[in-house]
Design a protein around this ligand. Sequence first.
Ligand code: SME
Length: 153
Amino acid sequence: MTSAQKEGRYERIYSQLQELLKGSPNKVARMATIAAVLHHKMDYFFWTGFYLLDEGELIVGPYQGSLACIKLKKDTGVCWAGINRGETVVVPDVHRFPGHIACDSRSNSEIVVPLKDKDGKIIGVLDVDSKELGSFDEVDAKWLEKILEIDGH
Ligand code: SME
């Protein structure tokens, strides 16, 4: 998919999610809705979901795709890198990322975007995997960050 095609697709998804999430502040409902819309509208999204901080551990939240690891080994892999760096992490080839945790061996590239509460504190990450190498770029980063900031009121 070209950058221009991605932009168009994300613009439509963003508008749809703004409508869907309006008046729905419930966190689980929001995460489930975001995962479902993204997973079914973006062809290259092979696994789409959330990992959430819970008493210092990173535990799986709402997701779409194949069965995922429930708990991620602390300070290891891409999701923990997103938490610890406090910024989006784009991984073109997961096999070259030290400590990458392979919940499904078919994943080849990945993006992780920190999820923040209303005070700006990181509470988890949105994680998306692709079966292709190099699926994610700055267009995905920009739109996924925007999607996580959609207001629920
Ligand atoms: N690959 C992730 C683990 C989660 S799965 O991709 C669903 C990581 O290295 O943190």
